[in-house]
Design a protein. Structure first.
Length: 377
């Protein structure tokens, strides 16, 4: 009788573990507390599912910003919940309540540890996740587009917004100098431009154009479009030389690189963007891609060069003290506990195992042979 009771207890324990795992499947949501201010929150939602192999996996959503992040590492041991999001170097850990309807836990990322308490959502209580826009039709990868039509005019002196990109089939460049256009078109820093008249750093222009190929271009094709625009409307002619310049060099730290290899298409386009004023995410990116992105916003005062010798593609995430960032101020707010965060140089070492060194090296520069103010439309 006693042995039978022991067997039954063991079976119940095993079943209990299975029931806990089953109870974690579903939708969980709660406010991520970003600071001591009760209103300083960001809504977070996890959707957890079971795989055919019986393990757990999921996705994290931020309904207020339309974001989705893979959460492939999900475990439940007893009442201990752990959800890993390697692409943003973050982990959620908590304890499930006895009734299986709530989880009290903490968000652990590159910055300070934050409170995140979750409740199980039903179909009626679950927050609505914004539908992602349909993916744009892309140009053929081998297309070499030009502009079917393009207008160039001086920007308004009162203009504040600046940018470059596509909306539908329309290309627009707003309130940018010719120097800005050259740095984008040729993937260089402004200090890599030599022999230019001073007006290319002062006069600002608005450009609107329609490419002569259907679909949206990838980044390489968009750079080519701007190169053709500069040659056609600004009569730009250049040649390359080598020059010794002050740079920021990205090198491997003493403890070795701490990088997550990307699982995306090795020939696919990288994605690099800010998720906050001092929070950066890169996906399917080389270190050279990372370097070019950094010199456009974070380390903007000189060129950034890759001296790691790493040739792979990686998923990257970086968080640093927000006062050192030039990122998008319309993005989610940064962690408010600035003292707990390293500066951008310390973040490289701690979070990526890389170092940023100020040095001098010989790199390519563009020499302006000829450029004119734009022709009439």
């Amino acid at each position: 009788m006693q042995k039978s009771m022991v067997r039954i207890a063991a079976l119940l324990a095993l079943q209990g573990g299975t029931l806990f795992a089953q109870n974690l499947v579903g939708t969980w949501q709660g406010p991520l507390q970003l600071s001591e201010n009760p209103k300083d929150i960001m809504r977070v939602m996890f959707k957890i599912t079971a795989t055919d192999a019986g393990t757990l996996t999921g996705n994290m959503y931020t309904p207020d910003f339309g974001g989705r992040t893979a959460a492939p590492d999900v475990t439940l041991k007893g009442s201990a919940v752990k959800i890993g999001m390697p692409s943003i170097t973050a982990t959620y850990q908590g304890q499930m309540s006895a009734d299986g309807n709530s989880i009290a836990g903490k968000w652990k990322g590159p910055g300070p540890i934050l409170t995140l308490n979750l409740t199980r959502a039903t179909a009626e209580t679950a927050w609505k996740i914004p539908e992602p826009p349909p993916p744009p039709k892309m140009m053929a990868a081998d297309a070499d587009p030009g502009f079917e039509v393009a207008t160039v005019k001086p920007s308004s002196p009162d203009a504040r917004n600046r940018g470059l990109g596509f909306r539908g089939r329309q290309f627009s460049s707003t309130n940018l100098t010719v120097s800005d256009q050259i740095t984008f078109a040729y993937g260089i820093h402004a200090r890599q431009i030599e022999g230019a008249p001073d007006w290319i750093d002062k006069d600002r222009y608005d450009v609107v154009g329609k490419p002569d190929v259907e679909g949206q271009p990838n980044n390489r094709q968009m750079m080519g479009l701007v190169q053709k625009l500069l040659a056609d409307r600004f009569r730009l002619k250049i040649h390359y030389e080598k020059s010794e310049l002050s740079v920021y060099a990205i090198v491997i730290g003493k403890t070795g690189a701490k990088l997550t290899k990307a699982e995306g298409d090795p020939k696919g386009e990288p994605a690099l963007y800010f998720t906050g004023r001092s929070q950066f995410v890169g996906q399917n990116a080389t270190i050279a891609d990372f370097a070019r992105f950094l010199e456009r916003g974070v380390l903007a005062d000189r060129p950034v060069v890759d001296q790691t010798g790493l040739t792979g593609r990686y998923d990257l995430a970086l968080t640093w003290r927000p006062e050192l960032s030039l990122g998008d101020t319309n993005s989610p707010p940064p962690p408010s506990n600035q003292d707990a965060l390293p500066d951008v140089y310390g973040a490289f070492q701690q979070q990526l195992g890389l170092r940023v060194e100020a040095t001098k090296t010989t790199i390519d520069v563009i020499v302006i042979d000829h450029v004119e103010k734009p022709s009439e439309n």
